[in-house]
Design a protein around this ligand. Structure first.
Ligand SMILES: NC(=O)c1ccc[n+]([C@@H]2O[C@H](COP(=O)([O-])OP(=O)(O)OC[C@H]3O[C@@H](n4cnc5c(N)ncnc54)[C@H](OP(=O)(O)O)[C@@H]3O)[C@@H](O)[C@H]2O)c1
Length: 312
């Protein structure tokens, strides 16, 4: 049974839709549909999307699943801000764009309101965060979202009272432990929703050799998937694989479970391409409740070292 802490459970598993949204190479539409429709049956109560995931493709996939699931549908977290200028998304958090973006998402999703609307990353158009926060609160007051949150913002943003903060956090990417953001979120009581806990699949255990990624898969531009960096990570993933075999728990659940157990983390966003992957990842909840396993995972996480961290 999950313990309720406001809008999120104590150890919330959120299904992220970026990897089925179209930016990760070809995706089987029916498999992706089965993933979203099957998520509530695995205890997943939230789905995370964004207008830029496949330029609306993730939203359209979700809209179909929401219609089919009806009252059993998970709650929706979406984002506002980025809009494409040519091929490049630029984050515009002006009150006008925030409103336009959310209202367009509601139309695409076919719903009157979402559970959470989040500013996707800091504004690149000079709007002070106070104005964005007021605009987001106005949308909440109008009933278009139950709450508003932030993603990828610094500690100073917490004074505006977001309901949540999405930040990247994994065994191999731990900068929020060192730059003060994790501590600040705990101090302000703002739940952290950690994303990229599987390092875009590298910590899922599937890749023993350099993956052959499709030309349209954005991970081709991620240096963690290249040569020496990949093999450095692969050696540590081999340790996870040994632990996985010993305890009978999937590698992906160990990687996400370690993050889920970190103080200040309320939930993890996990990407998946198939329901079977999500079935493995939800076992992170069990991992997060096993202190002896976590002690071993701490040692494995420490072995990644600083060189594995940055994605750029
Ligand atoms: N706010 C933000 O700025 C932001 C940024 C990034 C992500 N997010 C959110 O966080 C979510 C998760 O992050 P992410 O999708 O970037 O990365 P992730 O969760 O670290 O990795 C997802 C990928 O891992 C692989 N995988 C999943 N389950 C697996 C399993 N059981 N075994 C082996 N491999 C498995 C799959 O890729 P393959 O099968 O292709 O290897 C999947 O697409 C996103 O969907 C999005 O909702 C938010």
């Amino acid at each position: 049974m999950s313990v309720e802490f406001g809008m999120f459970a104590e150890r919330e598993i959120v299904l992220g839709l970026w990897s089925v949204g179209g930016d990760w190479g070809p995706c089987d539409a029916e498999e992706a549909h089965a993933l979203v429709v099957g998520a509530p049956g695995l205890g997943v109560r939230w789905v995370d999307t964004a207008p830029i995931y496949g330029r609306g493709a993730a939203d359209r996939l979700l809209a179909r699943a929401l219609r089919e699931l009806g009252a059993d549908a998970p709650r929706v977290a979406t984002k506002v801000g980025p809009r494409f200028e040519g091929d490049h998304p630029v984050c515009d958090l002006s009150p006008e764009h925030v409103r336009r973006d959310l209202e367009a998402s509601l139309r695409r999703l076919g719903v009157e309101a979402v559970g959470l609307v989040q500013a996707h990353w800091p504004c690149e158009r000079g709007t002070p965060l106070r104005e964005t926060a007021e605009a987001l609160q106005a949308l909440v007051d109008e009933g278009k979202a139950e709450a508003w949150g932030l993603c990828n913002h610094g500690s100073a943003s917490l004074r505006y009272g977001p309901a949540s903060m999405q930040l990247p956090y994994s065994m191999m990417r731990r900068d929020i432990e060192h730059d003060g953001r994790l501590r600040a979120c705990r101090h302000h009581g703002v739940p952290v929703l950690a994303y990229e806990t599987l390092a875009r699949g590298l910590l899922g255990g599937a890749y023993r050799t350099l993956p052959r990624l499709a030309p349209t898969d954005h991970r081709r531009r991620d240096p963690r998937f290249w040569g020496a960096r990949f093999f450095h990570v692969a050696q540590r993933v081999a340790l996870l694989r040994q632990a996985s075999e010993r305890w009978g728990v999937p590698v992906a659940a160990l990687a996400s479970g370690w993050v889920l157990a970190r103080p200040g983390v309320r939930g993890v966003l996990v990407g998946a391409r198939r329901l079977e992957q999500l079935r493995e990842s939800v076992q992170a909840r069990r991992v997060a409740g096993e202190p002896p396993w976590l002690a071993t995972l701490d040692r494995i996480a420490a072995s990644f070292g600083a060189s594995a961290q940055a994605s750029r």
